[in-house]
Design a protein around this ligand. Structure first.
Ligand SMILES: [Zn+2]
Length: 460
C-alpha cells in the first residue's frame, strides 16, 4: 500500500509537509514548509531529515509555511525534482531568497550578540542556497496532469488563495487499485476582490483539508466600506496613514480596493507610497499571471486599465527614496512590509510617526501574539523599536475581513461540490480548536474525519 506521513501542519498552521510513499518506494513530498511562530515550532526546522531522498517535491503555493524548507532539503542534495505552477515559481523567486537572506541575518545577529551556545550560529540556509532551490522548480500550467514519479500523477487546480495557488488532484496508479487523493493546499475565498474563486473539487477517495478557519467566520461588513471610512478619517486627522502589510497578496488587494474607491469617488485622490521593493515586484507578478485574477480584473487589463494603480501611487525602490519619505509632512499614505510590524521598512515610518496624534496606523487582518502589530492593537502606550522605546499617540485602527483563507462556511461551499463524501478526510493546517470544530461539523454529516498528530502514518 502507498502511505501518507504527516510531517508538518499537523495540529498547527505552519510547516506544511506531507509525504507520499508509493508501493515501489517512490517518495513525493507535498509542500516543504517552514515551521514559524513560537520557538518550540521553529526548532523543528533544525531536526535532521530522516525520511530519505525525495523523488519529487510538489508545492501548492509560494507562502513560506509551504515552501520555506525546500532550500534546506535541496542544500542537502535530498531533492531530485520539484514542481509547481508558474505563479508559484515567480513568487518563490521573491520569497525564498528573501527567506535565505533573513536566515543569514539572524545568524549574524546571534553571533554578534552572543545569543547562541554553539558558536558560530549558522543560517538554516543561505540566499545562494535558496536560489539553487528556486532554479530547480519546474513550472506547470493548471489543469494539466503531470506524472511526477512513476505511479503518481498530479494536477494543479486553482485554489484562489494567492497568485499561483493550487489544490492538488493526485492519482495513485502504482499497481494497486487506482486512488484519488485531493490536497486542498490553502483554500482561498469566494467573491474576493482580486483573485479568482477556488474551482470545485472532483470526487476523491481521500481528502487532506486545511482548517485555518475551522472555527471562525469572516465579518459581514465588506472590507471596502470599512477601508473607505478609515481612509477618510485618517485624512481628517491630518497626519500620515501608515499601513503595515504583507508584500505578497495583501498589498495588491489594498491597491485594488484603493483604486476602486478613488474611481467611485468615495475617497479623494491622495499621495500613496508603496515602500517595499518586494511588494512592487509582487504587484508585477500579480498583473502578469492573469489566469489567477478575477474576471473583472482581467477585463480591466484587457481595456488597458491599471487595476493596481491608484492615481497618485508612487512605487518606492531605493533606500534613499525611502529615507526621504520620512521627512514628509501632512497627509500621505504608506503601505510597507512587514504585515505585523515585526521588521521591514514600515518600522522607520512607525518610529517617526507613532508619537504624533495626527498619525493613523491601519493594521490589516490577523496580528499574531507577541508581534508589535498585536501590541499596538492591544493599546500599548509605547513599543520597542530599534533598541529604544517609542511612545504611541497615533490612532490605531484595524481593517478586518481581509483574509486569503476560506472560513468554514466558504469551505463548506467548496466541499458541497462533492456528491459523496471521501472515504477518509484528514484535517491539517489548523490550531487544535479549529480542528475540533471542523471534525465535529464534518462527522455530524457522516464523514470519516481525523486530525492527525505529527508523524502519523496512514495508508492511502
Ligand atoms: Zn498560504
Amino acid at each position: 500500500m502507498a502511505t501518507l506521513t504527516f510531517l508538518g501542519a499537523a495540529q498547527t498552521v505552519t510547516g506544511s509537509r506531507h509525504l507520499i510513499t508509493t508501493r515501489a518506494g517512490q517518495r513525493v513530498l507535498i509542500d516543504a514548509g517552514l515551521f514559524q511562530g513560537k520557538k518550540e515550532l521553529r526548532q523543528r526546522n533544525w531536526a535532521p531529515w530522516t525520511h530519505g531522498p525525495i523523488d519529487c517535491v510538489v508545492l501548492t503555493h509560494a507562502h513560506i509555511d509551504h515552501t520555506g524548507y525546500l532550500p534546506r532539503l535541496v542544500a542537502q542534495k535530498l531533492v531530485k525534482r520539484a514542481v509547481c505552477t508558474r505563479g508559484t515559481k515567480e513568487l518563490a523567486e521573491l520569497l525564498l531568497p528573501d527567506s535565505g537572506h533573513i536566515q543569514e541575518e539572524d545568524a549574524r545577529n546571534a553571533n554578534r550578540h552572543g545569543w547562541t551556545k554553539h558558536e558560530p550560529a549558522l543560517p538554516l540556509y543561505t540566499e545562494d542556497e535558496a536560489w539553487t532551490a528556486v532554479r530547480l522548480l519546474e513550472p506547470h500550467p493548471y489543469e494539466r496532469p503531470v506524472e511526477v514519479v512513476p505511479g503518481v500523477t498530479v494536477t494543479f487546480r486553482p485554489a484562489g488563495h494567492i497568485v499561483g495557488s493550487a489544490f492538488l488532484d493526485v492519482t495513485l496508479h502504482d499497481g494497486g487499485p487506482e486512488r484519488r487523493v485531493v490536497f486542498s493546499g490553502d483554500l482561498g475565498r469566494f467573491d474576493a476582490p482580486l483573485i479568482i474563486d477556488p474551482v470545485p473539487p472532483k470526487p476523491c477517495d481521500v481528502l487532506i483539508l486545511e482548517t485555518t478557519y475551522g472555527d471562525r467566520q469572516h465579518p459581514a461588513e465588506p472590507s471596502h466600506e470599512l477601508l473607505a471610512r478609515l481612509i477618510n478619517e485618517a485624512i481628517s486627522r491630518g497626519g500620515p496613514l501608515l499601513i503595515p502589510a504583507f508584500a505578497v497578496g495583501r498589498t495588491q488587494e489594498l491597491l485594488f480596493l484603493w483604486r476602486k474607491l478613488e474611481e467611485e469617488k468615495r475617497v479623494p485622490v491622495v499621495d500613496l507610497f508603496v515602500d517595499s521593493p518586494m511588494a512592487n515586484d509582487a504587484t508585477d507578478i500579480y498583473l502578469r499571471n492573469r489566469e489567477d485574477l478575477d474576471p473583472d480584473v482581467r477585463d480591466l487589463l484587457q481595456h488597458r486599465q491599471a487595476p493596481l494603480s491608484p492615481a497618485r501611487l508612487v512605487r518606492v525602490r531605493g533606500g534613499r527614496e525611502s529615507a526621504a519619505l520620512l521627512e514628509r509632512k501632512g497627509f500621505f499614505a504608506v503601505i510597507a512590509a512587514s504585515g505585523m510590524a515585526t521588521g521591514g521598512r514600515i518600522l522607520s515610518h512607525l518610529e517617526r510617526h507613532l508619537p504624533s496624534p495626527s498619525t493613523t496606523v491601519l493594521l490589516v487582518g490577523y496580528q499574531a501574539e507577541e508581534t508589535r502589530g498585536r501590541r499596538l492593537l492591544e493599546g500599548a502606550q509605547e513599543v520597542k523599536m530599534h533598541g529604544g522605546m517609542v511612545p504611541v499617540r497615533a490612532k490605531i485602527e484595524q481593517l478586518t475581513g481581509f483574509s486569503a483563507h476560506a472560513d468554514f462556511a466558504e469551505e463548506e461551499r467548496w466541499l458541497s461540490a462533492l456528491q459523496t463524501p471521501p472515504q477518509q478526510t484528514y484535517l491539517v493546517h489548523g490550531e487544535p480548536k479549529a480542528l475540533v470544530a471542523q471534525t465535529q461539523r464534518l462527522s455530524g454529516k457522516g464523514w470519516q474525519v481525523r486530525a492527525p498528530q505529527p508523524g502519523d502514518v496512514v495508508e492511502l
